[in-house]
Design a protein around this ligand. Sequence first.
Ligand SMILES: Nc1nc2c(ncn2[C@@H]2O[C@H](COP(=O)(O)OP(=O)(O)O)[C@@H](O)[C@H]2O)c(=O)[nH]1
Ligand SMILES: [Mg+2]
Ligand SMILES: [Zn+2]
Length: 303
Amino acid sequence: MIKEGTLHLDSYRLASYAVQVPCYICGGGNTFDAELCRHCCAPMALAHQANTQKVRPRMVAAIGTSGVGKTVYLGMLMDMLSRMPDRLQLLARGAFSITLQQITTAALSRGEFPDKTPNEPDRWNWVHAQVRAQKQRHPVDLIMPDMAGEALLEEIEHPRSYQVIRSLLSQCGGVLLLVDASQLGSGTLEQDYFAMKLLSYLIELDEDPKTGWPSRPIALIFSKADEREDCFIDPAAFAASHASGLYRLCQERFREVQFFASGVAGSCAYRNVPKLGRVRVPLRVEPRGIIEPFEWLIGRIKS
Ligand SMILES: Nc1nc2c(ncn2[C@@H]2O[C@H](COP(=O)(O)OP(=O)(O)O)[C@@H](O)[C@H]2O)c(=O)[nH]1
Ligand SMILES: [Mg+2]
Ligand SMILES: [Zn+2]
């Protein structure tokens, strides 16, 4: 109170900051108006959306080295699912879930591939969608970050350097593991080694034979299979002959692994772009084997 009249105190506004909202991915406390988690950078919209539902959303991640084709695959998957309601019904939750689809389709329709995903977790596109298969009564909530391959590699080589990846992969019900078929086909084993490191990392995260990674579904997708026709004919045989280390590890340590082949571009070429140099561009868009791995994974995720 002052002599001339009443002055309202704004301090009551601080009260709402006293209640912390836990992050959906890492569980760390955040203020109610935070956009990104201050501990792991995951979008807080996930926590707010999950709070309005009774069942916890199940998570799936798309993983693989940088340049393996994660962004193109996920963007195409979201786009195809949103146009095929008779197969799997998909409902995007939150504007950021549509961004990935938008960026990918816009680039492909210009005859380009989308730009590289930034390394910082706060700049990844997080997809949150509700998916319902025809036979399922209850929809599955899916959270899939389109993460940068370098960040993933860093976390595998130096565990706990990217806490967000660690928390996410511990909680995921299954993964889409992308492996570059065109690189494997040309005889380089980099992709084979990376996939093996990644699977070993998953086993170390949770070794429980019933609830851990040995029994969680892993869809092993050979990307860019448009450049390797033999991969489309028999993906498992392609794995056995071109990625034998990975194939053996899958047989020995994991119970739910299935091999798939996928390709978004019908054929590719190089174009000279000023300042950028030679850039690989799709000559036509001809998606194959995009939905099958995802459909298989969704059908096997435990609640
Ligand atoms: N032939 C072919 N090349 C692809 C395909 N998808 C991606 N690429 C190539 O791989 C590059 C990296 O793809 P991107 O999705 O950004 O990889 P990310 O780093 O795993 O997200 C693209 O720029 C293309 O040159 C595909 O389906 N077929
Ligand atoms: Mg990417
Ligand atoms: Zn967090």
